[in-house]
Design a protein around this ligand. Structure first.
Ligand code: 8YV
Length: 323
């Protein structure tokens, strides 16, 4: 594992810019001069008066560090991200200023992959819908509709990174036919490579979106890709809402253009398109893929290790990949 090199330890303020799990919050306060920006009566005034004291920022996937905040911190040397996604921070801009960025990869891979498989089974076998059916008392007259078999189906994975690969490994146990699309074909997997998202969708019964968020993947699952998936196709998204053309997804779900979707992420969280709320063919989850005690503790520990090593040794543990 390579570490970014900032030779000297750092003496300065750690700026926490969002709420964080209690254990990470406490560790930051206990070991470093940490200021919570959200607790400042006038954050802008704080930044004007003390911005030059800040050497590190701790943030989370959905918050990131804005250009304005980065510009208000002339001595900033590191942005430590609680979460694997970091598209909310302009890494190129940070690196141009010599600011290193870390995230928390690997420690959440299992939970996100587990949830993806669970959501896939849920939406195809309509588990959540069946639970509501029983609770409503509809079983008395009976007649819950037949659903769709999971085992043996064709599954296309959009984005074969750590999480996409973990999902694929899990699905091998269901004897599915696996294909994938990434920017480049991998040479170490037995799965069929599709040279575009549309080709992937056209050859799949289920499209699983596991691609990183950000400008490079925005709207990658377009109306055209959804049409290729077709009226018997299912979609699972555990990545970022931005990867899908959300209005097109809503139209496909409402109009029967696809058979169903399991969604853990949305463009404007925590707001969910209202048209989806009444659909029994949609599984709606509140961005919980990494949301287990074990995984959030591990993410917090890794985020703290990054911050602590930067402050004491001048290097990060898990810097984000080079652009
Ligand atoms: C975050 C996520 O952990 O890690 C990510 O990129 O999307 C989540 O699992 C959660 O949003 C905390 O910010």
């Amino acid at each position: 594992m390579t570490h970014s090199s900032s030779p000297a330890p750092h003496d300065g303020t750690v700026l926490q810019v969002c709420s964080l799990p209690a254990s990470l919050d406490s560790a930051l306060a206990a070991h470093h001069r940490t200021v919570r920006l959200t607790e400042q009566a006038d954050p802008a005034a704080y930044l004007r008066e003390h911005g030059d004291e800040v050497v590190a920022v701790v943030t989370r996937a959905r918050t990131g560090v804005s250009h304005d905040l980065m510009d208000a911190l002339p001595r900033l040397g590191a942005i430590v991200n609680f979460g694997v996604g970091y598209e909310t921070t302009d890494v190129a801009r940070a690196r141009a200023r010599g600011i290193e960025v870390s995230n928390t990869p690997d420690v959440l891979t299992d939970c996100v992959a587990d949830l993806a498989v669970g959501a896939l089974i849920d939406v195809m076998r309509r588990l959540s819908a069946a639970d509501r059916y029983v609770r409503r008392g509809d079983w008395v007259p009976g007649g819950f509709p037949l659903t769709t078999k999971v085992s043996g189906k064709r599954v296309g994975i959009l984005g074969l990174g750590r999480i996409g690969r973990a999902i694929a490994r899990r699905l091998e146990g269901f004897d599915v036919e696996l294909s994938y699309h990434s920017r480049t074909a991998a040479n170490d997997v037995p799965y069929q490579y599709a040279d575009s998202p549309r080709a992937l969708a056209a050859g799949a019964d289920v499209l699983v979106v596991a691609a990183a968020g950000g400008a490079g993947t925005r709207g990658l699952v377009s109306a055209d890709v959804l049409e290729a998936l077709g009226p018997h196709g299912f979609l699972v998204n555990i990545a970022r809402g931005s990867v899908i053309d959300e209005p097109a997804l809503v139209a496909a779900l409402v109009g029967g253009g696809i058979a169903g979707a399991a969604l853990d992420v949305f463009v404007d969280e925590p707001r969910v398109p209202p048209a989806l709320l009444g659909l029994d063919t949609v599984v709606l989850l509140p961005h919980i893929a990494s949301g287990t005690h074990e995984t959030r503790e591990a993410m917090g520990e890794l985020a703290f290790q990054n911050l602590h090593r930067f402050m004491t040794e001048g290097a990060l543990v898990t810097p984000v990949p080079a652009l």
